[in-house]
Design a protein around this ligand. Structure first.
Ligand SMILES: O=C(O)CCC(=O)C(=O)O
Ligand SMILES: [Fe+2]
Length: 333
């Protein structure tokens, strides 16, 4: 096939959100958060540009101690290494974002389950869902500390967006108040399965199928050498063929994306775009992959409405219910 027929064939095959698409090299901006107190205005401009143009950015010198991140990953690996019967005592109740699940998340974009297990922490919903303290004495304290640090960083980023939106930072900070029983931000520990003994056909699945996040802002911690995250800034998509960009993990860097809730809350100024986790390619490590995501999601009773009032006001609770409903109807999300 010559290049042009090949391109056309590729174009026909690779359409739709769940398809492989094409790979495009491009940079996801890395934003330096150091000296935030004095550099706030500049940092705000950089965050705003990235969030309004592609919806993805990376943070360095973000202030979360590396030791806390390493401990959270070590505790996560210990948890996932426990026997299935132990983990099954902490089952995820669908729609709660709390507890453990194994290959239970089916993405509407692909119709198949993500090749992963996850354990999710949503603080007001954790009764009976923490691992046994005798077996994992440091788990809960490490996760609580890590969760709070992620919350604080997320609020710092949201405060910058508040400045540009012309609203008080309190709109976001009170809207994600962690002391409220309405709090529904989530720390999600992720374990993508080892592919060393996998069959060739297993590689046609996704570690995480293409989706946008429901929340306001996601902070994603990755481990270097454990790549696979790909992002798709909408505006570069070529017709219906989507262009995907690898975001290789780097030590000390947190990858962030805007979620659907903040897109609505900002009257569509801040962009929630597609991302996914692909299988390892030939020559890449077939080991398990671990990542940890913090989803800053407004409290259930927070009313979402942007400054330009483009959409009707809606509580974050009703918004999530609406999105879950759309998922069951087979739409992307
Ligand atoms: O594990 C990753 O790299 C991405 C996870 C993700 O996008 C999600 O859980 O929403
Ligand atoms: Fe995601």
């Amino acid at each position: 096939m010559d290049a042009m027929t090949h391109d056309l064939a590729e174009l026909r095959k690779e359409t739709g959100i769940g398809a492989t698409g094409v790979t495009i090299d491009r940079d996801v901006p890395v934003i330096d958060m150091s000296d935030f107190g004095t550099r706030r205005a500049d940092i705000t401009e950089e965050l705003w540009q990235a969030a309004t143009e592609i919806g993805f950015f990376q943070l360095k010198n973000h202030g979360i101690p590396q030791e806390l991140i390493d401990t959270a990953f070590a505790q996560s690996a210990q948890l996932f290494a426990k026997p299935e019967a132990t983990k099954a005592k902490m089952p995820l109740k669908p729609g709660t974002n709390a507890g453990w699940e194994y290959k239970a998340q089916v993405r509407p974009s692909t119709g198949t389950a993500d090749q992963k297990e996850s354990y999710q922490i949503t603080l007001p919903r954790m009764a009976g869902l923490w691992p046994d303290t005798a077996e994992m004495p440091d788990f809960k304290a490490s996760m609580l500390a890590f969760e709070r640090h992620n919350w604080a960083l997320a609020m710092r980023v949201l405060s910058c967006f508040a400045d540009k939106l012309g609203v008080s930072p309190a709109v976001f900070i009170d809207g994600h108040d962690p002391l409220s029983d309405q709090y529904q931000s989530t720390l999600r520990l992720l374990h993508y399965l080892d592919m060393k003994d996998a069959k060739p056909e297993d590689f046609k699945f996704w570690r995480a199928g293409a989706h946008t996040d429901f929340d306001c802002l996601t902070l994603l911690h990755q481990r270097s050498g454990q790549g696979g995250l790909q992002v798709c800034p909408g505006k570069d998509s070529d017709g219906r063929v989507l262009g995907w960009t690898d975001v290789p993990p780097q030590d000390g860097i947190i990858t962030c994306n805007i979620g659907d809730m903040l897109m609505r809350w900002s009257d569509d100024q801040l962009l929630s775009n597609l991302h996914r986790v692909r299988m390892p390619k030939e020559g890449e490590s077939l080991d398990a992959r671990y990542s940890i995501a913090y989803f800053a999601q407004a409290n259930m009773d927070t009313v979402l409405q942007g400054p330009a009032q483009k959409y009707e006001p809606i509580t974050a609770h009703d918004y999530i219910q609406m999105r879950l409903g759309a998922n069951f109807a087979g739409k992307a999300g």
